[in-house]
Structure formats: C-alpha cells, structure tokens
Design a protein around this ligand. Structure first.
Ligand SMILES: Cc1cc2nc3c(=O)[nH]c(=O)nc-3n(C[C@H](O)[C@H](O)[C@H](O)COP(=O)(O)O)c2cc1C
Ligand code: SF4
Length: 518
C-alpha cells in the first residue's frame, strides 16, 4: 500500500531546500521500490523545523525536521515510512507543543492539505461558509460578520461588518471587493501562508463578501515579492472557476462573482488602502485624502470593500459556524483569533494563531523559546515598521487592540520582531525614520520632508551634538508629523522613533528619567 509523505511547498520551506528534499525522497523511494505518494502541502508554520517532512501513519501524521536532502537515505534506513525513530523525529505533528497550544481557526487547514486540491479542501470543511451564505440575504450575511466582532487584520482594526454594511447600503454600482495582499509589514507572513497554503479559503471569503455587499468582481492586490503565492493563486482561481465556485451562476445559485489578481511593484505605501486603489487603477501609488471613504468611492470611484487577506480568510469560518462561535474567542472588543508571526532574533520563529489576550511574554518565551542568540530579549517591535519598540516591562500586556494600545503598543497585523540586548536602539530609531524617507509617497510635506530632517536630527543626537536641544527638536518634529501627515505612514513613524528614545534613552547618550517623572 502506498505511503503518503508530505513535503511543504510553502516558500519558507522551499527557501531552505524543500524542493530538493521532495526530489530526494522520490528518488530514494524509486531506488528502494517503496510505494510513496508525495503531497506538497502548505507549511505548519514552525519555520525552524522546515523543511518539515510528515508521514501519514496509522497513529497519525509523524513529523521529521528540519530535513535536508542528505538526510533522506538515513530516514529510509530508519523506517520513517512507518514512523520509525530517527535523530530528526519530532513525534506526532499535532502533539508538538508549539502547534498543540495554538487555537487554529483560520489556519486550521494550513499545512494539512495540498493547497490546490479541491477535493481535500471540501473534505476539510471548505465551501461550507459559501453554501451557508447562498441561503442568506445579503443583510443577514453582513449581520453575521458584525456579530462575530471581526476587525480588520491589516492594521487599523476597523470592524469588518460595519464596513460591509456601508458598502451594502451604498447606491452606486458596480461594487468591488479589493483584497489587500501587499503584506508590507516587517516580520509578517500570515497573508502569504494563507495564499500559498489555503488559497480557496481566501477565494471563498471574497465570494461571501461579494454576495454580502452586492459586488460581482474582486481584486487581489499581491505584493510583487510573493511569486509562489502568485502561481498558487492563479492556479486556484482557475480551478475554482472551472469547478463552478467562481464566475457566473455559482453552484447554480444564479449569483456571479469572479476574482482577478494584480501584482504590485514593491512599495510599502501601496499597502495603504487608497494608494493600493490608485495602484490597482494603474496609477502611481499615492495616498488619496479621506473622505470619501473607499467604502463609498473606492476602486474606479465605486463602493469598495477593502479588506486584508486574513480578514477575508476569517469569514468562511464565521459563516459556517456562526458569528457567535468566532466571538467566543478573544476578550474585550478584540474578538476571535489572530495569527501572530514571530520573527527577528527568536529561536522558534513562525506562525502562532491564538485568541486575543495572549501576552507578548507567552509568545516570546512559551512559543518563541527566547532569542535565537540565547541572549536576553531587550526590545520587541509589534505591528510593523510603524509600531512602537517595547521594552521588557511591557511584555506582560495582553495582546488585545485596546489594552495593548493603552500600554503604548500596536497590534496591527500581528508581526512580532525580536531584538536581543546587542541592539542599538538609536540605530533602530534612525532606521524607522529612514524607512519613512524611502517609502513616503511624497504627497504631504510633514512626511516627505519631515522624515529627511528627522534622520538628520537623530544623527546629531547620536553624534552627541547639543543632545538635549536636538531631542526637543525631534519631539517637535514628531508632533508635526503626527498632526500634519495625510496618512499613517508619516503620522505613525514618530511612534517607533519616540518609543526608542523613551524606553532606551541610554542608547542616545541620554540619562534615564527618574521613576515617577515622564
Ligand atoms: C503605510 C501603510 C501601509 C499599509 N500596509 C498594509 C498592508 O500591507 N496590508 C494590509 O492589509 N493593510 C495595510 N494597511 C492598512 C490599510 O490601509 C487598510 O486599513 C486595510 O487594508 C483594510 O483592511 P482590513 O480592515 O481588513 O484591515 C496599511 C496602512 C498604511 C497606513
Ligand atoms: S504621510 Fe507620507 S505616505 Fe502618507 S500621504 Fe503623506 S507623504 Fe504620502
């Protein structure tokens, strides 16, 4: 009987040799006369174990990793096809603590299946949300999403259902669904994992959104740095169309929805929703003033739902199980789960889907295992390049949009970038300002010019030139950027910069404020 061996096709796994491992397993199986079926699945999100090879055994899926092509002969010798023990044995995949401790709702299928297999998608619950939505009126679909408490996962955390309600109520037609897959935040990869590991889930979520607001076309705006995601998405869209899940008369319902893919050209600002819309329309990605809101005047001036990949990918679960089932996870106004992404100087980097309320310390140590270098973790940046740098005193704050913000943090898209005690935070402050110089769209002065002046001022502080006066100037400049910028690029760059000064003054040659003084 044939044995199924899983070797991920996720680009993180491929980058560390998964293709070579798959080839080596196929060759060894042939040479030894073993009947092996290789399935190229998505990643389980335990990146330090990639390439993570799994074998389907009667006891469950047994994992080995990280496997190199050179390990393959030894794995065969150890009888890995029947779950045999080897120095790379990890036991049953789902019992690996990093994995077992998660609450995987959106990522439930990722890493389990061949991402392009329609039959496996359906067998593991795929299209159930869509089938439920087909029996509902648009307003009822919207209300289910409102009830779930789902908030935008792209950064701003705006309630998805409320946005959909606005688009549903808009009079103009046609309407559009625009999926933001620009994923520009530092250390983030959850959108990519969804697109590479479970693309039909995103297609299903977009289609449900289309039914909910009365849109017949959707666009995925994909960052150019994701060539594997592009290939998988194009194949998935074609397969879904051929099987009647996209296009005209979906599943005989008389309803129409189709998805198109557009590739960006590599600008961070094109992740900002209005710049993304400009870019989708074929123009240079520059920010549009708001109002009008994209929900009323979005793509080609028409009502548009702009949602992040994870937001849309969360929708099939909500329609299948009900908004309440999703809202049962989380705390406060942060309902459901968030796929956190551990990156930077961390021992166990990867994807951790947990309900809101988990603390940074749990993510960093219980999941992440501390720093990769083994040195103390000194600072963490959560929420992308515009997120503040946080010191250890903030690590016990629960990750919940409001509570984390009250502690000076930003949850954003859930990226967690770790730095050990060798980091120079004045260098990181300069880096944050310089990032704004490079990525500013140039439309408004506080951001375009302010960021250039900001780098100069930080350089003077670092050089020790009239330090106190320059720190005051930096604070003034940051106030101007916060208050006067048209979008969050210029408006939020001050957060990483000032948080570095606030929490790590010694790195700027400044004295620490006495306790009790701000
Ligand atoms: C500079 C900047 C970059 C952004 N980059 C992204 C991005 O890469 N992906 C994303 O989904 N949202 C990004 N956003 C947030 C979007 O503007 C918007 O809030 C989001 O796409 C809406 O979808 P959501 O409500 O589902 O989060 C960015 C915002 C700013 C200001
Ligand atoms: S803040 Fe920066 S990125 Fe945003 S509109 Fe102004 S110049 Fe463009």
């Amino acid at each position: 009987m044939s044995v199924t061996v899983f070797v991920p096709r996720d680009s993180a796994a491929i980058s560390v040799g998964a293709d070579d491992v798959a080839k080596a397993i196929a060759a060894a199986a042939k040479a030894r006369g073993a009947d092996v079926r290789i399935v190229r699945n998505g990643s389980r999100g335990m990146f330090w174990l990639e390439p993570l090879v799994e074998v389907a055994t009667p006891a469950g899926r047994t994992a080995y990793g990280p496997v190199a092509a050179a390990d393959v002969a030894g794995l065969f010798d150890a009888g890995f096809l029947t779950g045999g023990t080897h120095r790379l044995s990890l036991g049953l995949t789902e019992k690996i603590p990093y994995f077992a401790k998660q609450e995987r709702l959106t990522f439930a299928r990722i890493g389990v299946t061949d991402p392009l297999s329609l039959s496996e998608y359906e067998a593991l619950g795929g299209w159930r949300g869509l089938r439920a939505a087909l029996t509902m009126q648009p307003a009822a679909i919207v209300e289910e999403v409102v009830k779930s408490g789902l908030r935008g996962r792209g950064g701003a955390a705006f309630p998805a259902g409320i946005k959909w309600r606005t688009v549903l109520g808009a009079k103009a037609t046609p309407k559009y669904i625009a999926c933001n897959a620009d994923e520009g935040d530092s250390g983030t990869f959850s959108d990519r994992m969804v697109m590479e590991g479970d693309p039909y889930m995103l297609i299903e979520g977009m289609t449900i959104a289309g039914f909910a607001v009365g849109a017949e076309e959707g666009y995925i705006y994909l960052r150019s740095e994701y060539p594997y995601a592009e290939r998988i998405l194009l194949d998935a869209i074609a397969a879904a169309r051929a099987a009647g899940f996209l296009g005209r008369d979906i599943l005989g319902s008389g309803r129409t929805f189709d998805v198109h893919l557009r590739r960006g050209a590599g600008a961070y600002i094109c992740g900002e929703e209005t710049a993304m819309l400009e870019s989708l329309e074929g123009k240079r990605g520059m920010v549009r003033p708001k109002p009008p809101l994209p929900a009323l005047e979005g793509l080609w001036g028409k009502p548009t739902v702009v949602n992040n990949v994870i937001t849309l990918a969360s929708v099939p679960f909500i329609l299948e199980k009900g908004g309440q089932a999703y809202a049962d996870y989380g705390r406060g106004r942060s309902r459901g789960t968030l796929p956190f992404q551990l990156a930077g100087n961390v021992k166990h980097g990867g994807l951790v889907e947990k309900a809101f309320g988990v603390t940074l310390r749990e993510l960093l140590y219980d999941f992440g295992g501390g720093s990769a270098t083994g040195r103390p973790i000194r600072a963490v940046q959560v929420g992308g390049p515009l997120g503040p740098y946080l010191p250890e005193s903030k690590f016990d704050t629960p990750l919940d949009y409001e509570e984390f913000a009250a502690a000076g943090g930003m949850v954003g898209h859930g990226g967690v970038v770790v730095f050990d005690d060798t980091v120079d935070m004045s260098h990181m402050a300069r880096y944050a300002m310089e990032f704004c110089v490079v990525e500013s769209c140039g439309k408004c002065t506080p951001c375009r010019i302010g960021s250039v002046r900001g780098v100069e001022v930080i350089d003077r502080i670092r050089a020790g030139t009239r330090r106190d006066a320059h720190v005051e100037l930096l604070r003034d400049l940051c106030d101007t950027m916060k208050d006067g910028s048209l979008c969050a690029m210029g408006g939020m760059t001050p957060y990483p910069v000032l948080s570095a000064v606030e929490h790590f003054p010694e790195d700027f040659g400044l004295a620490r404020a006495k306790p009790g003084r701000t």
